[in-house]
Design a protein around this ligand. Structure first.
Ligand code: FE2
Ligand code: FE2
Length: 185
């Protein structure tokens, strides 16, 4: 039987989120109706905003100092590049010339980013597992944050970048995990 979301550890949870978004991108690609396209694109943007928030606020800070620093830094920048498109897509609509192209490019960016996270042995998740992070604790923290982030973004909060020109870059460099004990045991 498939594991329920409540029972998943941090990595299983994040991977499950990835599969949800991949499926939505696939549906978008197969759809012609403008209204359905817009509904799917909005769902994709919401899922990605929540997912990037829980990674950036819980998972990535727990990884900081425990896995290759370059990998963590690139992950933040990849999120931020995606967020620029996410905000564009949310502000636009399927009647726009570049709407489909934006969703397509977003899907390609996310595909690359997910690969960097899930890649066997040298990927972020593998390194985090090898570093001994407490994946059950992190999962609990992410589930809790996911619920509140979902509410915030459903209420219309845009995605916020952390590493681009004009951002408060410190937040990506020094953010700490919620609670304590998210480090290696
Ligand atoms: Fe992810
Ligand atoms: Fe990510």
């Amino acid at each position: 039987m498939a594991q329920s979301y409540e029972e998943m550890d941090a990595i299983a949870m994040l991977k499950a989120d990835h599969r949800v978004v991949e499926e939505l991108f696939e549906k978008f690609e197969q759809t012609n109706g403008k209204a359905t396209k817009q509904r799917l694109a909005e769902q994709i943007c919401l899922e990605l905003k929540v997912h990037t928030a829980i990674e950036e606020e819980v998972f990535y800070p727990a990884c900081r100092g425990k896995i290759e620093d370059d990998l963590v830094n690139e992950a933040y920048v990849e999120h931020d590049s995606a967020k620029l498109l996410i905000n564009e897509i949310e502000a636009g609509g399927p009647e726009e010339d570049f709407y489909d192209a934006k969703v397509k490019v977003l899907s390609e960016m996310i595909e690359h980013h997910v690969e960097e996270e899930e890649k066997r042995s040298e990927g972020m998740f593998s390194q985090a597992r090898a570093a001994g992070l407490d994946m059950d604790l992190l999962a609990d923290q992410m589930r809790a944050r996911k619920a509140t982030a979902m509410e915030e973004f459903q209420a219309g909060k845009p995605a916020e970048t952390r590493t681009l020109h004009g951002d408060d870059v410190e937040s990506a460099l020094t953010d700490q995990p919620l609670g304590d004990g998210a480090g290696a045991r």
